[in-house]
Design a protein around this ligand. Sequence first.
Ligand SMILES: NC(=O)c1ccc[n+]([C@@H]2O[C@H](COP(=O)([O-])OP(=O)(O)OC[C@H]3O[C@@H](n4cnc5c(N)ncnc54)[C@H](O)[C@@H]3O)[C@@H](O)[C@H]2O)c1
Ligand SMILES: [Zn+2]
Length: 718
Amino acid sequence: MSTEGSAVDTLTIEEAAAELERLAKEIAHHDALYHGKDQPEISDADYDALKRRNDALEVRFPELIREDSPSRHVGAAPSVTFSPVIHARPMLSLDNTFSQEDVQDFVAGVYRFLGRLPDQSIAFTAEPKIDGLSMSIRYENGRLVTAATRGDGTTGENVTANIRTIAEIPSELPKGVPAVVEIRGEVYMAKSDFLALNRQMEAEGKQTYVNPRNTAAGSLRQLDAKVTASRKLKFFAYAWGEMSEMPADTQFAMVQTFKAWGFPVNPLMKRLNSVADILAHYDEIGLERPDLDYDIDGVVYKVDSLELQARLGFRSRSPRWATAHKFPAEQAFTEVEKVEIQVGRTGALTPVARLKPITVGGVVVTNATLHNEDYIKGIGNSGERIRPEEHDIREGDTVIVQRAGDVIPQILDVVMEKRAADARPYEFPKTCPVCGSHAVREVNEKTGKMDSVRRCTGGFICRAQATEHLKHFVSRNAFDIEGLGSKQIDFFFENEDASLQIRTAPDIFTLEKRQQQSLTKLENIDGFGKVSVGKLYAAINERRSIALHRFIYALGIRHVGETTAKLLARSYGTYAAFETGMREAETLAGDAWNDLNAIEGIGEVVARAIVEFYKEPRNVEVITRLIEEVTPEEAEQPVTAGSPVAGKTVVFTGSLEKFTRDEAKARAESLGAKVAGSVSKKTDIVVAGPGAGSKLDKARELGVQTMDEDEWLALISG
Ligand SMILES: NC(=O)c1ccc[n+]([C@@H]2O[C@H](COP(=O)([O-])OP(=O)(O)OC[C@H]3O[C@@H](n4cnc5c(N)ncnc54)[C@H](O)[C@@H]3O)[C@@H](O)[C@H]2O)c1
Ligand SMILES: [Zn+2]
């Protein structure tokens, strides 16, 4: 992304101008998606990073500030779906601050601008920044007349009918209010209502929503106000537009007046006199955040005196008298409601923290992985301390959760101030919670070190291991059987009726035959039906012949992932040769053992795991039954001789139109090429489809050969 670009200082003026142009386009694109369609395609943190890059460039090159610069604009143009409303006073955005230093600078800037000395104290208000959408509601002679979105700050969308459906917003104000009153604030959806809505969508088989903010905005900007009415939106008043008469002379008193007029206002708003107090309130609000029933993404500070606000005035898109102190990106505080143990395919006991739901980086998070029992105690994989000893994770603890990119959310630390007096250290079970067998931490024979993972020793008697095995067997890169997902596996596994039972992989392939002879018909069972049962059998039968590497991968041998399975398939060629080899290697010595270890990419740990797997008679028995139903194909020997791309490293980027990513990758690999995910000096060829971005730029920068799909096809077929 452009934010990773060179330091601003080293750019030439031409480079800076080009980058500013690109940033203006890119940010406008995201603004339109976020504000116009309520459907962002990048996280707020990524968006903020683009904005910061733009700001930094403009500070360094003020002469390059563009007419269409994102630093001069608010939101996005209003949609033509609604009639326009021209705001009597513009609706602006807020400047952002991200660190304590930023806040100090903001406060110091206010003092400097007003020519005040530090002892001539200026009061500020601090209140949560509600993550919803801003609204301006106009009352004339005490009656609601129009409600408008912010739009581009000057012109908003007329959503009066929709706003009238929100119970919390009064349609009439008490007697004696000024003739013209414009209340501004945030429309939002409560977290609990959001979760309930998603549960309902799920039950109806509809797509669920991503976060409360986009759902609130989408619910409000509806042509049919009935939809809005069904969504239980809420409101906080915190600002104003045109006022024919001012009822108060401070920010704080204004908001209190709104409260008296019947508007909901945020109870966490405070008036404070020093930077230290402001920052303390920020921390306090951060701690309260998980318990609030609405999303907030920071704390807003405003100069309290309206007279001083007027003197400070505005920049092009934001007031000089306010700033939004954002919470750190992708992190949030929440509570660990419970620690649960999941048992995996290999018997590993993995602790998972069930969290009080919270949105982190725009996504609702309800779980975080705790990895293993050492991790709970604050010990890392190599035995190093990652948290102080007393910061062990306990049920009921308030914790800091982090989500980075698509990875599973992690717990960074425990907030000790919030720990309950009676919180007890988590006791990791010594037996499998599913089958009750002993769960042990094996000692590595070589290093003498204890494995960080505790495993159930139940093997085949453990229901968790057996079902996870089956789920792995039907997964995308293994047998890939459509219609046989996690839910269905659980259903067939638990079924008491023998004609409907799937306990081991071969049972999948005998299901149809058993069903033909049975009176209990799958198609009569809830959730199946004639058509889907037909489809399921077809999907199963389609896999009666399968690539050897998929077959080996599907067996679920410990440490044998997709890559290892491919290596094995390539070296042994047929399943029979593979199994014979493994059984001959039983003694961990001799030719067969040496052959296995000689395969490049297969180390001793993996080799041992495979041989151990075949020593277990139950495994061999299941595979024997499986082979009666399924035929693993002979592995294709790579035709690399004379291949124009043999030994080359290839990267695919952008959207490919002639084949899927998986297909392109398989084809390249079968021609002896290596397919990599990122571009480096070692890359030989970058194949770029439409929409290719940073990878293509990088390739050009490094002088790597680039081509489009057609050129690639010509190369490999010529
Ligand atoms: N992910 C994306 O693609 C994308 C695109 C555009 C914007 N965004 C996100 O939207 C935000 C930028 O939008 P913005 O220009 O509306 O600025 P902003 O949301 O950062 O700040 C201004 C807004 O804060 C709101 N607000 C909430 N509580 C308030 C309070 N107590 N007092 C005053 N104002 C309060 C108001 O609606 C105001 O308009 C950023 O968080 C950005 O990350 C994301
Ligand atoms: Zn078990």
